[in-house]
Design a protein around this ligand. Structure first.
Ligand SMILES: *[C@@H]1O[C@H](CO)[C@@H](O)[C@H](O)[C@H]1NC(C)=O
Ligand SMILES: *[C@@H]1O[C@H](CO)[C@@H](O)[C@H](O)[C@H]1NC(C)=O
Ligand SMILES: *[C@@H]1O[C@H](CO)[C@@H](O)[C@H](O)[C@H]1NC(C)=O
Ligand SMILES: *[C@@H]1O[C@H](CO)[C@@H](O)[C@H](O)[C@H]1NC(C)=O
Ligand SMILES: *[C@@H]1O[C@H](CO)[C@@H](O)[C@H](O)[C@H]1NC(C)=O
Ligand SMILES: *[C@@H]1O[C@H](CO)[C@@H](O)[C@H](O)[C@H]1NC(C)=O
Length: 575
C-alpha cells in the first residue's frame, strides 16, 4: 500500500519527470507597470514602478507608482510611497520585512505624482499579515531623512546573506545605458549597517573591473556562505567576513556578456543535501564587445543563444564552464525556478538591448530592442546536457514583454507574467502618434501548467508549521493523490526572489530531506544560514513532477538582522 511506504530522497536516482503542457490566461490589469514584482503571500504581490501617468491612482487622485496585486480578484490597489522606487533592488530580511533599496533620481514632472529622489531610498514593507492587504504592516515605511543608503544607487543588487541582513552591491548615480567610471558606485554596503561600517562603503575591484556592464550584478549566496558575483563576462567569489575576493572564475566563453545592457540571467540551480554542491546557470545576453558605442548598437543585433553552467566546487572549477544553447537567442530573459527544480525562461527579446531608447536606430521605434520573445523555454535541470533546453509544451503569448517586464512564481504554483514599458513615459496604444513600438503593458497573464489548467489531482499540504529553526525536524500533513504516489517525491524550500530587470535576486531552491509515513511528512530544515539565509520561505511538495500549492514558513528565529549563526556547521562541497 503506497501510503505506508517510506520514501527517502535519493538525488542520484532522481528520474526525469513528465514534461508539462502550459497555457496562458489573461486576467486583470496591473494599473502600474510592475517592473519590480515580489510575491508576498498567497493573496498578495508587491509592485513597484516609476511615477508617471499610471491609471492606478492614490486616494488624492495622483498616479500611484507602487501597489499591491490581489491574486484573489486579479486587481491592484495603490500604495503610498515617498521616494521614487524605480530601478531599486531588494530582498526579504530575517524578520520577514521586504526591503527595497536605491532607485531613481527625482522625476519632477507635473501630473506624474509627487516622488522624492529615490537613489538613496530604503523602503520597508511588512510582514503584512492580512490577506487583503489592509493591515497595519501592509504599508511602505520610509524615513528618508534618517534611514537611507550611504551612497546613491540606481540599479543595485541586494542579497539576503547568512546573517539575515542585506549585502548591497553596485549601481550608478543616474540613469544610463552603460555604467561609467564617473557615475558608478563600485562598492558595497549593508542594511542594517554593520558595526564599524556605519556611513561607510567597501570599494569593489570586481565592479571596477567589470565596467561598463556591471549594473544589477547577478549574485548569489553559496553554501559556503561566500557570495558569487557575475557582471559583464566575469565572475568572482567573495568572502563577506574578510572582505576578500577568493576566486576569479574563467570569463564567460565565446565572448558572451550578461551584464546590463547585455542582459542575460544567472540562476543558482537547486541545492540538495548532503553536500549542497552549487551549480550556477547563466543564459542569454550578447556577444558584442563592451567597447561598442551606442551609435554602433542596433535593435536588430541578435542576442546570444548561449547558456553556460559551472558547479562551484574545486572539481567543477577545474572543469570550467559547460556550454549549451537555447533554441533561440534571448536578451532580457526572466527566469522562474519551479518547485520541481526546472527553470522557466520567459519574456525579453531576440534582438537588441535593455535600456531606454539610446542605441543607434532607437529613435525610429522608441526602443532598444525588437523581435519580442513571446514563447518560453524550459531548462530541464536534471536531464543530460544537450537535452535540457526545450520549448515543447510551452505556448506563445500575443503580448510582447520587453524591457521592464516581470514574471514570478505564485503560491498557487502558476507563473504571473506582467508588465513591459520600454518608454520613459506611459505610451498607450490608442495615443501613439509617432507609432512607437511596444506600448506600456498593464495586462497580466498567468502561465498555467496542465495540472492547474485541467484541475487534475495535485499533492495538498493540509497543515504545516509557520516557523522552523535550522537543522530541525518539522511535521507537515499532506495528501498525495494515488495517481502520483508511485512517482518521485521532492520537498522544495524556496525563495521566489525579488524580480526586476531580468534578474531574480535571492531566488533559491533547497531540496529538503524528508520521510513520508502515511500522510505525515517529516522534513529536515537546512543545517544553517549558508544553505538558506534566515528569512521567509515557501514549501512545495512535488510528487511525480506535479507540485502542491505553496505554504509560507519562516526559517530561523525570525529576529531582526544581523542574526548570530544559527543551526550547525556541516561538511559541504562549495567554493
Ligand atoms: C510632495 O511630497 C513632499 C514629501 O513627501 C511633501 O512635503 C510635499 O508637501 C508634497 N507636495 C505636494 C504638492 O503634494
Ligand atoms: C480586490 O480585493 C481587494 C482585497 O480584498 C480589495 O481591496 C479590492 O477592492 C478588490 N478589487 C476589486 C476590483 O474587487
Ligand atoms: C579601475 O580600473 C581601471 C581600469 O582597469 C584602473 O585604471 C583603475 O585604477 C581602477 N580603479 C580602482 C579603484 O581599482
Ligand atoms: C571579457 O571581456 C574583456 C573586456 O572587454 C575582454 O578583453 C575579454 O577578451 C573577454 N573575454 C572573453 C573570453 O571573451
Ligand atoms: C507602425 O510601425 C509598425 C512597425 O513597428 C509598421 O509595421 C507600421 O507600418 C507602422 N505604421 C505606420 C502608420 O507608420
Ligand atoms: C526588521 O528589521 C529591520 C532592520 O533592523 C527593522 O528596521 C524593521 O523594523 C524590522 N521589521 C519589523 C517588522 O520589526
Amino acid at each position: 500500500m503506497h501510503s505506508s511506504k517510506l520514501f527517502t530522497l535519493l538525488p542520484f536516482l532522481r528520474l526525469a519527470v513528465a514534461q508539462h503542457t502550459w497555457s496562458f490566461v489573461q486576467q486583470g490589469n496591473s494599473g502600474i507597470v510592475p517592473l519590480e514584482l515580489i510575491t508576498l503571500s498567497p493573496t498578495l504581490a508587491l509592485m513597484y514602478d516609476r511615477p508617471y501617468t499610471n491609471p492606478l491612482k492614490l486616494p488624492d487622485g495622483e498616479p500611484a507608482w507602487a501597489g499591491l496585486w490581489h491574486f484573489n480578484n486579479n486587481s491592484a490597489t495603490p500604495l503610498k510611497t515617498i521616494t521614487n522606487t524605480f530601478c531599486a533592488g531588494g530582498a526579504f530580511i530575517s524578520n520577514g520585512t521586504l526591503v527595497a533599496v536605491g532607485g531613481q533620481p527625482l522625476d519632477s514632472i507635473p501630473g506624474w505624482g509627487n516622488a522624492t529622489d529615490g537613489t538613496m531610498g530604503i523602503r520597508l514593507f511588512g510582514p503584512c499579515d492580512s490577506a487583503d492587504g489592509s493591515g497595519p504592516g501592509c504599508t511602505v515605511f520610509e524615513d528618508p531623512q534618517n534611514m537611507h543608503l550611504v551612497v546613491t544607487r540606481w540599479y543595485p543588487t541586494a542579497l539576503r546573506i547568512p546573517d539575515g541582513s542585506l549585502f548591497i552591491m553596485g549601481g550608478s548615480d543616474i540613469l544610463t545605458t552603460f555604467n561609467g567610471a564617473d557615475i558608478a558606485q563600485n562598492n558595497y554596503e549593508f542594511f542594517p549597517p554593520r558595526k564599524g561600517e556605519v556611513g561607510k562603503v567597501r570599494p569593489s575591484k570586481f565592479l571596477n573591473d567589470t565596467l561598463p556592464a556591471n549594473l544589477f550584478p547577478r549574485s548569489m549566496v553559496l553554501p559556503s556562505g561566500h557570495v558569487l558575483m557575475m557582471a559583464n563576462n566575469q565572475s568572482m567569489i567573495y568572502d563577506i567576513e574578510t572582505n576578500t575576493e577568493l576566486h576569479r572564475l574563467p570569463e564567460l566563453p565565446n565572448g558572451v556578456r550578461i551584464g546590463v545592457p547585455f542582459d542575460g540571467f544567472a540562476q543558482l540551480l537547486p541545492l540538495s543535501p548532503p553536500l549542497y554542491e552549487p551549480t550556477v546557470l547563466a543564459c542569454g545576453g550578447s556577444t558584442k564587445p563592451d567597447t561598442i558605442t551606442l551609435e554602433e548598437m542596433n535593435t536588430e543585433d541578435v542576442a546570444s543563444t548561449q547558456c553556460q553552467r559551472m558547479t562551484l566546487t574545486p572539481a567543477g572549477l577545474a572543469a570550467g564552464w559547460q556550454v549549451e544553447h537555447m533554441p533561440e537567442p534571448r536578451v532580457m530573459p526572466e527566469t522562474v525556478i519551479l518547485p520541481s527544480g526546472d527553470v522557466l525562461i520567459l519574456n525579453g527579446a531576440h534582438t537588441g538591448y535593455s535600456g531606454y531608447p539610446s542605441v543607434g536606430n532607437s529613435a525610429i521605434t522608441g526602443t532598444n530592442a525588437a523581435n519580442p520573445a513571446t514563447r518560453g523555454i524550459m531548462y530541464r535541470t536534471t536531464l543530460p546536457a544537450g537535452q535540457r533546453l526545450t520549448q515543447t509544451g510551452l505556448p506563445t503569448s500575443s503580448i510582447p514583454r520587453m524591457y521592464h517586464s516581470a514574471a514570478t512564481l505564485t503560491a498557487k504554483g502558476n507563473v504571473m507574467v506582467a508588465a513591459s514599458n520600454p518608454h520613459p513615459f506611459v505610451l498607450t496604444a490608442d495615443n501613439n502618434p509617432n507609432n512607437l513600438s511596444f506600448p506600456t503593458e498593464y495586462r497580466v497573464e498567468y502561465l498555467n501548467p496542465d495540472f492547474i489548467t485541467n484541475n487534475s489531482p495535485r499533492p495538498v499540504i493540509t497543515h504545516s508549521p509557520s516557523k522552523l529553526a535550522f537543522n530541525a525536524k518539522g511535521t507537515i500533513t499532506v495528501t498525495i493523490p494515488h495517481s502520483l504516489a508511485a512517482g518521485e517525491l521532492q520537498v522544495s524550500l524556496m525563495d521566489m526572489g525579488y524580480i526586476t530587470h531580468a534578474w531574480h535576486a535571492n531566488s533559491r531552491l533547497v531540496f529538503l530531506d524528508y520521510k513520508l509515513v502515511g500522510n505525515t511528512l517529516t522534513i529536515t530544515t537546512p543545517p544553517n544560514g549558508n544553505i538558506y539565509p534566515p528569512g521567509p520561505a515557501w514549501i512545495y511538495v512535488v510528487a511525480d513532477g506535479v507540485w502542491s500549492e505553496g505554504v509560507q514558513i519562516m526559517i530561523g528565529d525570525g529576529g531582526d538582522p544581523p542574526r548570530p549563526p544559527q543551526g550547525v556547521p556541516v561538511h559541504i562541497n562549495s567554493l
